[in-house]
Ligand binder design. Structure first.
Ligand code: HEM
Ligand code: HEM
Length: 190
């Protein structure tokens, strides 16, 4: 992969601020399309998403024209830039055991193994407290609820099929509508 330069990335990100905001925190839009937080996402993850959007493995009519404007070096640069921005509020780091009476927290940390459900815990891949793991598993804590919902729906509808092992497709298709709302709210406010 190309090495990114955060300073060049900042210059190339001039058009991104309209949606992802100057601080990279994006915005939750309850009545429309939510713009994801990019601040603090792993650079390799950001770069992968931009390539996936350009190449149609991830369908987004809003994002595609902007991804298309970037060449491979510019993708590496904007990825380096956004990865360096501090997410706020800070991502939670203190681990505490999940409360079985808190449906959202239990789903996040233990999954849903009721008859016929077989939903692995989100934390298996996204880490405890939704902090993210390595380059492949993005943090969910502090991501916007509207955006989380839209991505889970995109996987269910086959509009996002960029995950080589289809891990998220298997998760998203097993969640019911109530669980999607619940888990999105949970991570957004963690
Ligand atoms: C998603 C980068 C411009 C709207 C994303 C993602 C990245 C990104 C990396 C995926 C985030 C994730 O997976 O967590 C950029 C860059 C831009 C730019 C580098 C400038 C070159 C814009 C603009 C808009 C926009 C101007 C609004 C018109 C969105 C939306 C999504 C998104 C709606 C979610 C797409 C979906 O539902 O799959 N962007 N963006 N972006 N961006 Fe941008
Ligand atoms: C990405 C939610 C469980 C693997 C994502 C994203 C969301 C999400 C919203 C997109 C983040 C973004 O665009 O910035 C959830 C929820 C889960 C869950 C709510 C539990 C109910 C899992 C599990 C795995 C997994 C168990 C692994 C087996 C991944 C991977 C990606 C991802 C690999 C990135 C895909 C890509 O490269 O585009 N998840 N997830 N997730 N998730 Fe999950």
């Amino acid at each position: 992969a190309l090495e990114g330069d955060a300073e060049r990335g900042e210059a190339a990100a001039g058009t991104c601020v309209a949606c992802h905001q100057a601080d990279g925190m994006g915005m939750n839009n309850p009545n429309g399309e939510s713009w994801p937080r990019l601040a603090g996402l792993p650079a390799a993850y950001i770069a992968k998403q931009l390539h996936d959007i350009k190449e149609g493995r991830r369908e987004s009519p809003s994002m595609m024209p902007f991804a298309n404007m970037l060449d491979d070096q510019q993708i590496a640069d904007v990825a380096a830039y956004y990865a360096e921005l501090e997410p706020w509020p800070e991502l939670p780091t203190a681990y505490h055991a999940a409360d079985p009476n808190d449906e959202a927290e239990w789903l996040a940390e233990r999954g849903d193994w009721a008859e016929g459900r077989m939903i692995p815990a989100c934390s298996q891949c996204h880490g405890p407290n939704g902090q993210g793991v390595g380059d492949s598993f993005p943090p969910l804590a502090g991501q916007h609820a509207g955006y989380i919902v839209s991505q889970l729906e995109a996987w269910r509808e086959g509009k996002r099929h960029n995950d080589p092992n289809d891990l998220m497709m298997g998760v998203a298709e097993r969640l019911d509508e109530a669980q999607i709302e619940l888990i999105a709210d949970y991570y957004a406010t963690l």
